[in-house]
Design a protein around this ligand. Structure first.
Ligand code: HMG
Ligand code: MG
Length: 309
């Protein structure tokens, strides 16, 4: 298969499900992940080895990881917050471990029960084990634009944490607009600062869609040079420690936008819609993704219109 022009990291099975009130049985999660792989995804965030009381929806992380499909070129990611997370993830075949901190002290304390400096102390054993075991490490910096507790985040504060994640040894850092309040202008400013430090080419973006800015922000990041985009099937997602935040930018919306611009994503939109429909059946609520809803309303497969471009 040829290399896509943009890489979509499907975070639906982790970010998408972590905030759902409906219990999703492990086998339905596996079927969802299998359907996403069938759609063409090569990077899927499968689960999180976090405290089961913090995120009960992902308490079955060990079981999910034990039943992941194997396919050449398919990279699974899981959140690994600390040494206890390492003990759990190293029993699995997951090849990319994700550590997560934030540009905001207050969000970090709510989310992972420690401040920014302490979060890097906790990551040390994760990074050491990952290095020793040849795993890829993804770093998340949450609240890069806005924080639910501190308000607007100064771009320099976000850049400082992002830089630190790279210096700690992350292969990639994903920039989280955790509460989905950022605008394209803010994305451009942050990306510009990162580019001036030579860091942007290793960054992914992870936009939540609370204010409907997800696709616009992804486009702004694309125009600044970003080529890796996190999104979730159907626009699922949210964080229990980010009150009021909506789901991730929908994968279907990103596929529709990028393919409509002539960019290859490597993902089959019709099969992506089928994967989202599988999880919608379990959650029993309409998924917010615009493209998903438009395609389902027509009841027929659809392609972005490239004829006039
Ligand atoms: P803590 O309470 O500070 O941990 O939690 P601790 O080290 O003090 O340990 C307390 C107890 O927890 C111990 O058990 C540990 O064994 C256990 P005890 O001895 O009392 O019986 N424990 C664990 N158990 C299972 N797995 C573990 C683990 N660690 C400790 N890994 C911790 C710290 C980070 C674990 C906790 O706060 C936590 O799990 N937080 C998870 C929060 C989370 O998952 N949030 C959502 C993901 S982040 C997000 O959504 C943002 C993102 O999408 C990007 C964006 O949108 O911006 C990534
Ligand atoms: Mg998120």
């Amino acid at each position: 298969m040829s290399t896509p022009d943009v890489t979509i990291v499907e975070v639906g099975p982790r970010d998408g499900l972590q905030n759902e009130s409906v219990h999703v049985p492990t086998e339905r999660k596996i079927a969802f992940i299998e359907a996403l792989a069938q759609a063409g995804h090569r990077r899927i965030e499968a689960t999180a080895f976090v405290h089961p009381k913090a995120i009960p929806q992902l308490a079955d992380a060990d079981a999910v990881a034990a039943h992941l499909p194997t396919r050449e070129g398919l990279l699974f990611t899981a959140l690994v917050p600390n040494e206890r997370g390492v003990e759990r993830v190293e029993r699995t075949s997951i090849m990319e471990w994700a550590i997560f901190t934030a540009a905001s002290e207050s969000f970090n304390r709510k989310n992972i029960n420690c401040g920014i400096d302490d979060s890097f102390e906790r990551f040390k054993p994760v990074l050491e084990a990952a290095r020793a075991q040849g795993k890829r490490v993804r770093g998340y910096c949450s609240t890069v634009l806005h924080c639910p507790y501190e308000g607007k985040i100064h771009p320099a504060a976000a850049v400082a944490v992002i830089r630190r994640l790279f210096l700690a040894g992350c292969d990639e850092v994903s920039l989280g607009d955790t509460i989905g309040k950022g605008t394209p202008a803010e994305v451009r400013t942050l990306c510009g600062l990162l580019a001036s430090e030579g860091l942007l080419s290793q960054c992914a973006v992870h936009f939540h869609d609370t204010y409907g800015m997800g696709a616009a922000n992804a486009l702004a990041a694309f125009e600044a040079g970003v080529r890796v985009f996190d999104s979730s099937a159907g626009g699922l997602g949210g964080c229990p420690y980010a009150p009021g935040a909506a789901g991730n930018t929908a994968t279907e919306d990103l596929i529709f936008m990028f393919e409509g611009m002539g960019m290859r994503t490597g993902i089959n939109l019709d099969l992506q819609v089928e994967a989202a429909a599988l999880i919608e059946q379990v959650l029993k609520r309409p998924l917010p993704s615009h493209t998903y809803r438009a395609i389902r309303a027509r009841g027929a497969p659809e392609r972005p219109n490239l004829e006039m471009s």
